[in-house]
Design a protein around this ligand. Structure first.
Ligand code: C2E
Ligand code: CA
Ligand code: CA
Length: 421
């Protein structure tokens, strides 16, 4: 499926949809102007002129009723198609009061449209610019001058979401792997799978720029499943190359990040089981990294971790120390790994208190029988300090940046060299 399917082009005068039609999608105007018209007894009356950044056709898909007006292209237009799912899942996820307010507002808009219809119709010619006073002119003429920033955000979000969906279908997503080293032995203990997006238009997009939108929508579900499958496939190749060499430990693990919404994916464990089986792995070799944001899923989070652990999977608490990190959740969650966030690691050299906090977290993890992994080590001094505190594992630019499997192989074994042992 190409990007173009999400962009609909209309010529001046084209009827985009008619009053009474069933609504299957809404449209976000990216270029041109659209007139919304009420029609009574064949008499058309303009009720709004919309421009770049405006959305229309949304009411019918929000409340499942038929189109309440005609939409006609006033000039050559390009509109981004917004699917029913894109809007409805956001509304469903919203606070009940917000949903109630949306319902009330929709009712009001519909009744004001009906009132408009009962008033005398005014027929505007296609080219006519002047509108009667009761017509809502949402956008001033010209460029996006009147567009408020929040509207720009909406356009950006919808475009990103559309492109991301496409990226999954067009194989633009890839996974990079960052080595996690054993600080005591100095060899590689495992890898963390980190997603990358090679977007033809945007270049390489970092996950913090697109995983947010994936998490806001259900896109995180297929993306998350794909990451599990891909990293297990690559893990087979990695193990084949690294195991039995002096750069790696005798056993390796693969860490995969799991977003809070993925806890609601009923197929995630099945996907993991299949990927583990196909890759010839053992559940023990897989680590699932979750942040304390999973607590937003309530008690389900505790049960989900228990379920994962029962399968033999490791669970790591990621970014530890950045949120509210209460000790009670540490004791209640059945996780067996703890990752100290890079903000602590990078501050501990210069700040005595942070240094003590890191030391205490390492000691605490040991008492709780948790493996501790320090993130973001960039300096030898940081590595040495962590080692002296008894920290078992660490990852960071010092010991290896995230990279493709090919680059990992080249870096550790050279282009043509076969594995040592
Ligand atoms: P994270 O899980 O905390 O991953 C570690 C991040 O720190 C990675 O950023 C990594 O490239 C970066 N990093 C590693 N070593 C260093 C260092 O020495 N210094 C600094 N400054 N940074 C370092 P990245 O790859 O951009 O990922 C950002 C976040 O996106 C991840 O944070 C994770 O929350 C999320 N993410 C990445 N891949 C996935 C995925 O497949 N699924 C999910 N749900 N989230 C993912
Ligand atoms: Ca992580
Ligand atoms: Ca982290």
């Amino acid at each position: 499926m190409g990007r173009s399917v999400f962009i609909k082009k209309f010529k001046e005068g084209d009827v985009i949809f008619r009053q009474g039609d069933e609504g299957s999608c809404a449209y976000l105007i990216d270029r041109g102007q659209v007139e919304i018209q009420s029609e009574v007894d064949g008499k058309k009356k303009p009720v709004a002129i919309l421009g770049v950044g405006d959305i229309f056709g949304d009411m019918a898909i929000i409340d499942g009723s038929e189109r309440s007006a005609n939409a006609v292209a006033l000039s050559n237009c390009e509109c981004i198609e917004v699917s029913k799912e894109q809007l409805s899942e956001r509304i469903e996820d919203a606070d009940p009061i917000v949903r109630f307010l949306i319902a009330i507002l929709l009712k009001r808009v519909r009744s004001s449209l009906e009132e408009n219809c009962t008033m005398e119709g005014i027929n505007l010619g296609k080219k006519e610019k002047k509108l009667p006073s009761n017509v809502i002119q949402f956008r001033p003429k010209g460029r996006r001058g009147g567009l408020d920033p929040s509207n720009d955000d909406v356009i950006h979000k919808f475009k990103l979401e559309r492109d991301l969906k496409n990226a999954l279908e067009e194989n633009e997503l890839t996974v990079h792997y960052q080595p996690v080293v054993d600080l005591q032995k100095g060899s590689i203990a495992g890898f963390e799978a980190l997603i990358r997006w090679n977007c033809p238009e945007r270049g390489t997009v970092r996950p913090d720029l697109f995983m947010g939108i994936a998490e806001e929508t259900s896109l995180i579900i297929p993306i998350g499943q794909w990451v599990v499958a891909q990293s297990c496939r690559d893990f087979t190749r990695i193990k084949d190359k690294f195991l039995g060499t002096d750069v790696a430990n005798d056993h390796l693990f693969m860490s995969v990040n799991i977003a809070p919404k993925q806890l609601m994916d009923p197929y995630l464990f099945k996907t993991i089981d299949e990927a583990v089986k196909i890759g010839g792995h053992n559940h023990r070799e897989l680590k699932l990294e979750v942040t304390e944001r999973i607590l937003l899923q309530g008690t389900h989070a505790y049960e989900w971790i228990k379920k994962a652990r029962k399968r033999g999977l490791s669970v790591a608490l990621d970014d530890f120390g950045t949120g509210y990190s209460s000790l009670s959740y540490l004791s209640q969650l059945d996780a067996n790994n703890l990752k100290i966030d890079k903000s602590f690691v990078q501050k501990m050299i210069t700040d005595e208190k942070t240094r003590m906090i890191v030391k205490t977290i390492i000691e605490l993890s040991k008492t709780l029988n948790m493996t501790v992994i320090a993130e973001g080590i960039e300096l030898e001094r940081e590595r040495d300090l962590l080692r002296s505190f008894g920290c078992q594992l660490a990852q960071g630019y010092l010991t290896g940046r995230p990279m493709s499997v090919e680059d990992l192989e080249t870096l550790y074994f050279g282009k043509s060299k076969k594995k040592a042992a």
